[in-house]
Design a binder for this molecule. Structure first.
Ligand SMILES: Nc1ncnc2c1ncn2[C@@H]1O[C@H](COP(=O)(O)OP(=O)(O)OP(=O)(O)O)[C@@H](O)[C@H]1O
Ligand SMILES: [Mg+2]
Length: 253
């Protein structure tokens, strides 16, 4: 059943100027609940713009975005944040670097709620956050009171993923969330991603330049080029693809 529907989406940056750029061209996409879609495409193809349109970073020029039968096309970003979680390439984005790990997790937990944030964290919440961190096996449960900004990129990405899934989001958006990490940490973060997505059956869109990961993870893969979805491989098609097929396809564009 269709859970998210993008219909005829268009976005042009700097319209009617010399810098005019038609970044999303008539995008149509239907996403089922629980779909894990990987997104590939060259630099500037419009991948991040597509995720930004979904998250409400800006409003699209035309077309509609329906999530769970609700038209969110004109819903502001902070309202959509209640349903949509994001993890970015830069691990500092999406977290508060001067706040502690525990405070960041508490913010994620209360996201979308109107209640004032209480900085005096309850012992009980801290214990719960410590338990969650323990599941990462990265010894981060000992860093609850450390400022987020002093952790390594990999440690922050692991915590960002926990934060993004602490309350099960309707949609998880991952924008090259492993690309700034060393190979070993990339693996840890991808395993964690797969585990969290499966555990909570989270509908997920993941942008990556790592073709191996794009093929390995998820049940669907789309290819973007110059603001258009030029390929949409289903699970079966995707399982038959070799890395070379995608390299050749991207090379031919
Ligand atoms: N906020 C913005 N203002 C102006 N132009 C933008 C904005 N965001 C994106 N663009 C332009 O839209 C095009 C698509 O950018 P986008 O960031 O979506 O590419 P991408 O596929 O994510 O590329 P990359 O792989 O390099 O991250 C680019 O030409 C970019 O310069
Ligand atoms: Mg991008």
């Amino acid at each position: 059943m269709t859970f998210i529907k993008l219909e005829n989406l268009n976005k042009t940056f700097f319209p009617n100027t010399s810098r005019e750029h038609h970044a999303l061209k008539n995008i149509n996409l239907e996403i089922n609940r629980g779909d894990f879609i990987t997104i590939v495409g060259g630099n500037g193809a419009g991948k991040s713009t597509l995720l930004n349109a979904l998250a409400g970073t800006f409003f699209v020029d035309s077309g509609s975005i329906i999530v769970a039968n609700e038209d969110v096309t004109n819903m502001k970003e902070h309202k959509r944040a209640k349903y949509i979680s994001r993890v970015f390439q830069n691990s500092l984005q999406g977290t508060a670097p001067r706040m502690t790990v525990a405070e960041n997790m508490a913010l994620a937990y209360k996201r979308g709620e109107k209640k004032m944030f209480n900085f005096a964290l309850k012992k009980e919440s801290k214990q719960n956050f410590a338990k969650l961190l323990e599941t990462l096996n990265l010894n981060l449960e000992t860093r609850l009171n450390a400022e987020m900004g002093v952790l390594s990129g990999g440690q922050r990405q692991a915590i960002s993923l926990l934060m993004a899934t602490i309350k099960t989001p309707d949609l998880l958006l991952l924008d090259e969330h492993t690309s700034a990490l060393d190979p070993k940490t990339q693996k840890i973060i991808m395993n964690l991603t797969e585990e969290k997505v499966a555990e909570k059956n989270i509908t997920t869109l993941m942008i990556t330049h790592n073709i191996k990961d794009a093929l390995k993870y998820g049940n669907r893969m789309i290819v973007l080029h110059q603001g258009e979805i030029i390929k949409d491989f289903n699970k079966e098609e995707k399982s038959k693809l070799r890395r070379e097929d995608i390299y050749n396809l991207l090379d031919s564009l």
